[in-house]
Design a binder for this molecule. Structure first.
Ligand code: XBP
Ligand code: MG
Length: 251
């Protein structure tokens, strides 16, 4: 079966959003709510084990802040905190601080020119995705994607495969028609469990994770004048990811 769709993860894959984007926004929200919950770069790396911002806040409180006495409306507090975090995060994106990763724009453009379907498959909040695409890719970039699968639309976030199954169902495609691009072990477990072959472009936070099962692991998507570093798999003599290489990896 030929390649019909590319399913892109967002955080860490299309852009390095975590350390200088999401992390900062969480801290800004904690400060606004008068909470002394500073997440430094190293701690945030550990917290990334849990996908989903609301889930991550709860995980932090349960595992790192046993001293914290939860108010009776704690569930609501998490929701309000996370809303504030989303608003700070969008401000960061709107300031232009988070560029697309190498090769992302080029690959998306080539895939569109060749008539492939494009989808986003992520655990992050939908408005984070649309704001990133508009601010860091192109003001019209949301319309370039056939589907944005994001956030709380499925009960179980990555590493569960639910969001991939949901996306393929909406696209009307079987897993054999798709390839996924992910940056993390949680993302890879999610895509593989849905039957989608997956290439991993590592990010700073994920480079030492276990990527067994990926068709290939590369430093980034690469550019013709800035080749990727191949970390696992066969790149068939190529040094940047294009549609032809994705087709070979999917075959
Ligand atoms: C991304 C996430 C998200 C973001 C924060 O994982 O886990 O939770 O860190 O976004 P992936 P929200 O790249 O595997 O999709 O706060 O909007 O959840
Ligand atoms: Mg990711």
């Amino acid at each position: 079966m030929s390649l019909t769709a590319i399913l892109f993860d967002v955080d860490g894959t299309l852009a390095d959003t975590e350390r200088d984007g999401h992390r900062i926004a969480f801290n800004q929200a904690f400060e606004k709510f008068g909470l002394d919950w500073g997440w430094d770069v190293a701690l945030y790396g550990k917290l990334l084990e849990v996908t989903g911002g609301k889930e991550r806040i709860r995980h932090y409180v349960e595992n790192y802040r046993q001293d914290y006495v939860k108010p009776s409306d704690f569930d609501d507090l998490v929701i309000q905190l996370h809303k504030e975090k989303t608003s700070f995060y969008k401000e960061i994106l709107e300031s232009g601080a988070i560029p697309m990763r190498p090769g992302a724009r080029r690959l998306i453009q080539e895939a569109m020119d060749k008539g492939l379907k494009l989808a986003v498959v992520t655990t992050t909040t939908p408005e984070n995705v649309t704001t990133l695409l508009q601010c860091s890719l192109d003001k019209d970039a949301v319309s370039w994607f056939d589907l944005i699968a994001a956030g709380d639309i499925v009960p179980q976030k990555k590493p569960a495969p639910d969001i991939y199954f949901w996306a393929m169902d909406k696209l009307g495609l079987v897993s054999e028609a798709c390839i996924a691009v992910e940056d993390s072990e949680n993302g890879l477990r999610s895509s593989l469990a849905s039957g989608v072959k997956t290439v991993v472009t590592v990010s700073d936070y994920t480079q030492n994770q276990d990527f067994s099962g990926a068709v290939a692991v590369v430093s980034d998507l690469g550019e013709p004048d800035a080749p990727f570093r191949l970390m696992a798999g066969d790149a068939f003599g190529k040094d940047f990811v294009d549609v032809e290489l994705l087709e070979k990896w999917k075959a």
